[in-house]
Design a protein. Structure first.
Length: 249
């Protein structure tokens, strides 16, 4: 619990006030001089915005059973979730859209997202397929990005931040792997400086004799109480200009 409080940069006093518990009792809980109730673990985890997977681990560490189930996406109970995902993915065509889990592994994608897999070596398409690895690997999209330096810097910054906030060691390992990729002949220190008319960092991909320019939005499920659902993210790609929109159409 202390590690999560420190990761959130919250003092014992501030957490105690927000959780409506005495700072002395919170100190005793962190040092092991007092044992928390199941309700107290849940309350503190909620205030610290601990991911559901890690809330279960906190409960187990305190001697309680996990509170949040973790179902497979294909489980019968997940029918409504799968239906929503399928409708979003299909409804976003002709533009690409995909669903990833907490480690950025591909869960589902629409037909338009197939352009990201074109010419990619088979080993990178072996399950689990990682969306960020596909984005930056030199033999995948990393070798086709016309603005590799700025996209790489943005993705690595976001991934490092996610690793810090979530406490997920898999993300830290993935960050180190992606940061170590080598791109012969590419100066990664030269990136486009945003101008006064820029709004978003585009994803500019060489596709045949064209350069397709896109930006993305990311959506998650509201009020999840299942670990799997809480970790799903839907990334949709949108054309930045009419030429790209026409190419997809």
């Amino acid at each position: 619990m202390r590690s999560w409080r420190q990761r959130r940069r919250v003092s014992q006093l501030d957490l105690a006030i927000e959780a409506d518990v005495s700072a002395r009792h919170l100190s005793f809980l962190e040092t092991g001089r007092a044992r928390p109730s199941r309700e107290m673990v849940a309350r503190l985890a909620e205030e610290l915005e601990v991911p559901l997977r890690h809330r279960n681990r906190l409960l187990v560490a305190a001697g309680f059973a996990p509170m949040f189930p973790e179902r497979e996406v294909r489980a019968p109970e997940m029918h409504a979730v799968r239906q929503a995902l399928d409708k979003i993915l299909a409804g976003h065509e002709p533009y690409p859209a995909l669903v990833v889990d907490a480690a950025w592994n591909l869960v589902a994608a629409n037909r338009a997202a197939g352009m990201f897999m074109e010419g990619v070596p088979a080993e990178l398409l072996t399950e689990p397929v990682n969306a960020l690895r596909l984005s930056l690997h030199p033999d995948a999209m990393g070798g086709r990005l016309a603005n590799l330096a700025e996209v790489r810097a943005h993705l690595l910054h976001r991934l490092r931040r996610q690793a810090e906030v979530s406490g997920d060691g898999r993300l830290a390992e993935l960050h180190d792997e992606l940061a170590g990729y080598v791109y012969p002949g590419v100066d990664l220190n030269v990136a486009h400086v945003p101008g006064p008319t820029d709004i978003l960092v585009p994803l500019r991909i060489r596709h045949g004799d064209r350069i397709l320019s896109m930006f993305t939005t990311i959506a998650t499920f509201g009020t999840p109480v299942d670990v799997t659902v809480s970790e799903l993210a839907i990334e949709t790609f949108w054309p930045s200009d009419e030429e790209t929109a026409a190419a997809f159409r």
